[in-house]
Design a protein around this ligand. Structure first.
Ligand SMILES: [Zn+2]
Length: 447
């Protein structure tokens, strides 16, 4: 007979369940067993209802659902600060792609994904949606770190270390899915890079594959205005019209950026059920444009929040991103009630889960859901006094205030440190990669 997993009760000062939005529970125990939340009760009932439960008191803490980083390229943390303050295309074609060509093999991806895992976990992110070469290696890191992820299978018409042409990328993606041992915390998505790097033929094939395999289609879309001009010149149509004609503009599509929408396209996008992966820091850093968060939100579209890769952010910090999401939505729409704190928290949790098709299991603190939880210590001068804990979570809290993180009921961060990976070894390895990349750049400059 298999023993039942032990019951554990978390007793934080505040529980912010996210569903329903804007709710804060006091004197509440969140009861876990195995991977799941089995009960949410008044703390005074705990001893009677669960006499054998072990208790963890979190005296100055808010307990929130784990943050969902809805768009990123985790191994790119190794390129953090490598090329800043440049336009998107120059940044991408002259710096990022050549560096990837020189370095981005299995070892680079392992080191980068591990560093990203440490950065995300210690910052309260429990689930991330990724797109990078060697997703099989990132899957190994997800497996050991205890994180949850949807890993993109990259496709584009540019030869790289991962594949030579679109058919090669698709074959390699299929092989990764077939050969990776199934893990309940890992899902897959097809990840065509962008409309300007993927042909109609491959889009159609990926549409069929996504439907057949029940995967999401993860795409960079309308990141800059230049993308529209290029599409008109090359395909004679706007990228959205092209995707509509190819049968891909629907709720399977998870589209990063979306900074160039007309009024009609805001309504069309909400109606089609396309999920928006909003990356406020990256859009501002690359001066790409502004996602119309307030208009999309009012039209009923599902908006999630992502950091994008650390080469264009330069941090994987979902607390910073929530704050930016609220501030930019207000500043851009000139509407002070746009993206209130509770909505940005939803975008960073349940709405991210919904974009990934995981909202039945994660994204909120509800009975029956996976215990993906984050405790934040608010006992700091900058977060005192607490008039409104949700306001603090979005406008004030720093990721360094994250104390404990659980994913599927398992402790991944304790007292601010990752316990599932050797954090110091991960940092040491990343420093080595940094030195290797520096010396290569020096070689280039001396030629
Ligand atoms: Zn991106």
């Amino acid at each position: 007979m298999i023993a039942e997993p032990a019951i554990q009760a978390l007793l934080p000062k505040w529980v912010v369940p996210v569903v329903p939005e804007n709710e804060v529970l006091l004197n509440t125990a969140v009861v876990l067993q195995g991977e799941r939340i089995i009960d949410i009760i008044d703390a005074s009932e705990l001893a009677d209802r669960y006499p054998n439960a072990t208790s963890k008191i979190l005296p100055n803490h808010a307990l929130i659902p784990g943050l969902v980083n809805a768009h990123g390229h985790s191994p790119m943390v190794l390129m953090r600060g490598l090329a800043d303050d440049l336009p998107l295309m120059e940044w991408l074609t002259k710096h990022i792609w050549p560096t990837e060509q020189a370095f981005a093999g299995e070892d680079f991806v392992r080191a980068g994904s591990s560093l990203a895992a440490v950065e995300m976990l210690t910052g309260g992110t429990t689930c991330f949606n990724d797109n990078y070469f060697f997703p099989n290696i990132t899957a190994e890191v997800v497996n050991t770190s205890g994180l949850r992820a949807t890993l993109g299978l990259p496709v584009m018409n540019i030869p790289t270390i991962w594949a030579q042409d679109e058919a090669g990328y698709i074959d390699r993606g299929l092989k990764v899915v077939e050969e990776t041992e199934p893990n309940a915390r890992i899902g897959w998505a097809w990840a065509p890079h962008a409309p300007y790097t993927v042909t109609d033929e491959s889009f159609v094939r990926l549409g069929d594959l996504s439907e057949g395999m029940d995967f999401k289609l993860h795409l960079h879309l309308l990141e800059t205005a230049g993308e529209i001009d290029q599409s008109m010149a090359e395909h004679g149509s706007h990228p959205i019209d092209r995707l509509v004609n190819l049968g891909l503009y629907n709720d399977r599509l998870i589209a990063a950026h979306m900074t160039q929408l007309s009024d009609d396209q805001v309504a069309q996008t909400a109606e089609a059920g396309v999920h928006i992966l909003h990356c406020p820091a990256a859009n501002m850093k690359l001066a790409s444009g502004f996602c119309r968060v307030d208009d999309l939100d009012q039209a009923g579209a599902n908006i999630a929040i992502g950091t994008d890769g650390a080469a264009s952010n330069n941090r994987l910090d979902m607390f910073a991103e929530m704050r930016l999401a609220s501030l930019i939505a207000k500043g851009f729409s000139l509407n002070p009630v746009a993206a209130p704190a509770a909505r940005s928290l939803s975008m960073a949790t349940i709405q991210g889960a919904k974009a990934l098709g995981l909202d039945a299991d994660i994204g909120s603190i509800e009975v029956g859901k996976q215990a993906d939880l984050v405790a934040i210590d608010l006992d700091a001068p900058g977060t005192t006094p607490v008039h409104n804990v949700i306001s603090h979570l979005v406008y004030v809290v720093s990721r360094s205030q994250v104390s404990d993180v659980w994913v599927a009921g398992k402790v991944c961060v304790s007292d601010g440190d990752v316990v599932t990976l050797d954090q110091e070894a991960v940092v040491r390895e990343s420093i080595k990669w940094g030195l290797k990349m520096h010396s290569k750049q020096k070689d280039k400059s001396s030629i």
